[in-house]
Design a protein around this ligand. Structure first.
Ligand code: SAM
Length: 302
């Protein structure tokens, strides 16, 4: 059987579902009219799904700005020209272009040579971005690509405040950008940047549509989980019950067992639906000392 290539989002988002796509797809409906995704994050799920229309939302304005910016290009060459000329201007290393770190530095800092080499360039780009009106999304994207763990983080004043990472613009970044632009041109997603409740209330969702939800997980510890409370879980579950009454199919990813903590309320709620165990890569990403872990996909259909 031909192996289908999984597309990774060029946002390299913490906790993205890219490696779990084959697992998730096993439980997704065969035919989807509107694919509705209230918590899109990096977008690895919609990139790998077939549907007639795509509705994509996240509350994080920077994430949506990057999606809108990248997907606005009709072809990847135009975007790459912008990014690669900035990479030259700031004198970053660029493995993709064969602009590598000198051997001397590689030998001296075996595990951290990218960070050592790009540190000054990164500081300059960060300073330029923070002192600007912060609307140059190509700058923000490069801060992500060359930044610590490829994350986005801002202080109270809205200044980007992560240090340089031990990574650079390599073949993986090039491939994911090229795939992303090709696919978003085809899928033409409707982007939205608001709370999931408002997003869902703005769409006319019918029985032929499908909602996939990957909300913050109450009991795990990613940055975006910190503002998510028990009350948020309850509100979300109530909303899903209302969709179920209208015969609208949904599937929700979640973690119900983590480091000895259990999300018992969620589990109790989910028992009236179908709970599928998902083989997860969460442990490798976050903490390989974790002993208890259970990721699930809850669906309201067989
Ligand atoms: C688990 S991540 C989604 C990851 C995504 N499935 C992927 O593959 O990259 C959860 C996302 O929910 C977003 N989020 C948190 N609270 C939200 C809210 N109230 N409404 C909409 N999005 C929210 C976060 O910004 C984060 O991007």
């Amino acid at each position: 059987m031909k192996k289908i290539k999984q597309i990774r989002s060029p946002l390299f988002y913490t906790g993205d579902k890219y490696k779990l796509i084959p697992e998730l797809k096993k439980y997704f409906p065969d035919k989807i009219d509107k694919f509705v995704e209230p918590f899109v994050g990096g977008g690895s799920v919609f990139l790998n799904i077939e549907a007639n229309e795509f509705y994509e939302n996240d509350i994080d304005k920077n994430i949506i700005s990057i999606h809108k910016y990248l997907s606005s290009f009709a072809n990847s060459e135009d975007l790459l020209n912008i990014l690669l000329s900035k990479i030259d201007e700031y004198e970053f290393s660029c493995s993709y272009k064969g602009k590598t770190v000198p051997d001397e530095l590689r030998k001296k800092y075996v595990k951290t040579y990218f960070a050592k080499y790009n540190n000054e360039s990164y500081k300059q780009l960060k300073e330029k971005y923070n002192n600007s009106d912060r609307t140059d999304i190509a700058d923000l994207y490069l801060l992500l690509i060359y930044g610590f763990n490829r994350m986005l983080r801002f202080n109270q004043k809205g200044e980007f405040n992560l240090p340089v990472g031990n990574v650079d613009f390599n073949q993986n970044v090039f491939d994911s950008l090229t795939d992303y632009i090709k696919l978003t041109n085809k899928k033409n997603p409707h982007w939205s940047n608001t709370d999931y409740k408002e997003f869902l209330s703005n769409i006319n969702i019918k029985e032929s549509d499908f909602i996939y939800l990957d909300p913050p997980y109450l009991i795990t510890s990613s940055e975006y989980n910190k503002r998510w409370s028990q009350n948020d879980d309850i509100e979300l579950c109530n909303l899903l019950d209302a969709f179920d009454k209208k015969n609208i199919s949904f599937a929700m990813s979640n973690v119900i067992d983590y480091k000895g903590k259990e999300n018992t309320e969620l589990l109790k709620w989910a028992e009236k639906y179908n709970i599928h165990s998902i083989k997860s890569n969460y442990i490798n990403y976050h903490d390989n000392t974790i002993k208890t872990f259970r990721e699930v996909l809850i669906t309201n259909y067989e």
